[in-house]
Structures are given as C-alpha cells and as structure tokens.
Design a protein around this ligand. Sequence first.
Ligand code: PHE
Length: 475
Amino acid sequence: MENNSGAKFSSNFGFIMAAVGSAVGLGNIWGFPYKMGSTGGFVFIVIYLILMVTVGFAVMLGEFAIGRSTGRAPVGAYSSLPKKWTFLGFMGVAAGILILSFYAVIGGWVMKYMVAFFQEMIGMGGFGDASSADYFVGFITSNVEPIFWVGLFMILTALIVMAGIDKGIERFSKFMMPALFVIILVIIVRSLTLEGAFKGVEFMFSPDFSVVEELGWFNIASTALAQMFFSLSLGMGAMITYGSYLDKKENLEKNAIIVPVLDTMVALLAGLAVMPAVFALGFEPTQGPGLMFIVLRDVFLGMPAGTIIGFVFFVLVFFAAITSAISLLEVAASYLIDSKKMERKKAVLIMLVVIFVLGNIPIALSQGLLSNIRIPCPIGKVVDYGSFQGMLTVDLLDFFDWMGEYVFMTLGSCLMSIYIGWIWGPENVIKEVESNGNTFKLKGYWTFCIKWLAPPITFILFLSASGILGLFGIA
Ligand code: PHE
C-alpha cells in the first residue's frame, strides 16, 4: 500500500519547503538559542556544525532513501524491507507522541504571545504592566490558560493532518518559510543595533573554552547532538514519511544538503536575533526555556513599530511550530493508518485524545500546579526538598523533552545508522539516489559517514545524554 494513497509533492521546491517546514520549528527559534546560551555559545556551535555535516547529513539522506524506496510510513517502511527492524518504526511513533506532548505546550505559549502582541498592537495592552519575566512566569504557572492554548494548538494541528497533508502543507510552507526568514533578518538588525549587543556576537563566534571545564566535552557534545537531531527532525521517521511522498526523478542528495543548510541558517539567525539582545538588555544567557519569550518581548516593545513586528514574528513562529507539529502527529497517526488500516480521521482523533490527556495537560501544568512532580534525570537540577533531596531531577516538561530528544531520537538515529550502514546496506541507498540517472557526488564520503562515523559517535553520545556514562562516573 502506498502511503497516503500515493500522494506526491507537486514540485521539488514544495518538497523542500515541507521538509524544511518539519525541520524548522521551535527547535531552531526557541531551543537553539537557549541551549547554545547554556553551553557556552561558540563551543556548542562548532560541535553542532561538525556533527551536522557528518552524522546529520548521513542520517537525513538515509531516511529520505528508506522513505522513497518503500513509499511507506516508518513502521510500514521497516516492515517491508528485506531485513525487518519494525521496532525502529515503533520507536519513531513513541518519539512522535513524547515530543508532541511537550512541543504543543510550547506551541500554545507561542499562540498566547501572538495574541498578546495583537492586543498591544490595537491598543488593548496585552501585556499589562508586569515585567517580561514576571509576565512569562505568571502565565506558564497558571492553571487554566496554558491548557486552553495547548488544546487549541493541538486541534489546529489535528485538523490539518486529518485533511491529508500533501496539498495543504505544501502550499502553506512555500509561503511561510521565506516570510519567517525575512522577519528574523529584521529582528537581527534591531538586536545588533542595541547598545552592548556586540557581547552577544562574541559569545557566539569567539572561542572561549572555559565552559568546557565547567560542563565537560561529553555534556556539550551530547546536548549539541540531541539538538541537531531534534532540529532536523531525524531519527524518528518524519523524514522517512516525507521521503515517501517524493518523486523518483528528484535528487535525494541535493535535498539532504539543502534541508540541513536552511535549517542551520535559521537556527544561527535565531541565535543572532536573540543573543545580542540578551547581553544588551542585561539578561542571563543561561536562563533556559524562557529565554526567547522573555528577551524578545522587551526587544519588540522597545522598538519602533515593535508591537506589529512582535505580532508578525510570533505568527511566523506559530506557523513554523505547526508545520513541525504536523509531521510529529503524522508519524504517530500514520502508524494506525498504515499498519492498523484505520481510517485517517479516526486515527488522528485517537492520537489527539491520547496525547492531550496523557501528555499535554500534565505538562502544561508542570510549571505551576504540578511543579512539585520531579523525576530523577541525569540532565536535571539538584533539588533540596522532598524525597529526591540532593538528586538530579527535572519537571515533567523537561522529562518529556529529555526522553524524546536525548533518548528516543539519539538512540533512534544510532540504530538507524547501523541499520542503513550495515544491515540494509549503503548500496541500496546509493541505488535509490542514483535512480532516474541522478549522480551521487558524495557517495564515498556519505558511505564513510553512515558506516564509520554515525554509529560510534551517536552511541557514545547517547550513553552520555541518557546518563548511562554518568553512572560509571565518566561524564
Ligand atoms: N524539527 C522540529 C523543530 O526543530 C521538531 C521536530 C522533531 C519535528 C522531530 C518533527 C520531528 O522544531
């Protein structure tokens, strides 16, 4: 059975924009700046780039090839190849559910900011008098509003996935992605012209290795690796799904280069939009998930026409987030459609309810009502109360993020690279890339990366990110 009744993208540009739509999202605009901010800036960026041109490129091309050659969603794809690693498809489905559980919560925060800027714009004073940080904390710790917004975000996502994604998503992304690019450039100009902004640029681009002493190479590299997989939507089958929609005549190699390049550009530009302002306005780069919301609000409210630009910015971030959320829900729902032969609408509805009740609601409350629920986790903070006293723990939001990103996507990419490099075999990928007379220029380099670089690098960093190395006192 062909995935989604054999629907195809109408052009390669449309495919690139949809794949970029999945890749570019909160990971780039919200995640990249704050993760870079808490791991020293420059060192993180360099490691990120090295991992991207080796491991990221290799896995991306492998996913496209699996998708296009089988024409199926992840679970179906792995089960229809000669050596069945169907469990890897299931890991992808689990990752999609885990990630969407917290991703939509942040998507809801973005919608709230979008509306607040709109109210500011029309003179209704959306933000009131509270300081940036107070406003943000007040909102995320309340008991009703975050649930309302995550619910709305999920319903919109589900409606688009129910309608089938090919035409909608393609038409949508073709316009939204370029627009996002332009508005980020406007913000960068503003951010860079603030007094004291240069410190932020230095933080990103001038070598300072003191952070390595503090955090260690393993920590920084595993954060960079998980962020890279997350940002490129790799290791859980989203790109298999999109590859399955791509026409045989298109060049997979070219696409596996263009998508990561565009994704990385947006991440770096988002860094350049946020980081100089962080320093100029006297915020801490290490403050974590609230960084974008808190810093950019002050940037916008302090600039001419700022409420309009702020509104447009959050609209575009919202679109970037929803094009990613669509691909997450698509992976989860396509399992029920493809393997359980369920009707599309019913499959999406089931996933929507499961994710909303078990994931979205508890996570939306995890900053306020449920903030006392702490879970032991190697990347957490030490708590000084309750039964976990003295242990590294995280709240529910960070826990789902860690499970999805550090465990499932990193381990998923590791197993996927072993599967492609050693089980299914690089020659099958090469054949797929070279179908229709396309040439595969980086054939030798790609084969080397997928066989010899990706498996060991991802395995070691998975051990570090999941805390297993830490148990042995190594990292
Ligand atoms: N890549 C998306 C982002 O950066 C998140 C995502 C992860 C989407 C995995 C699909 C699959 O926001």
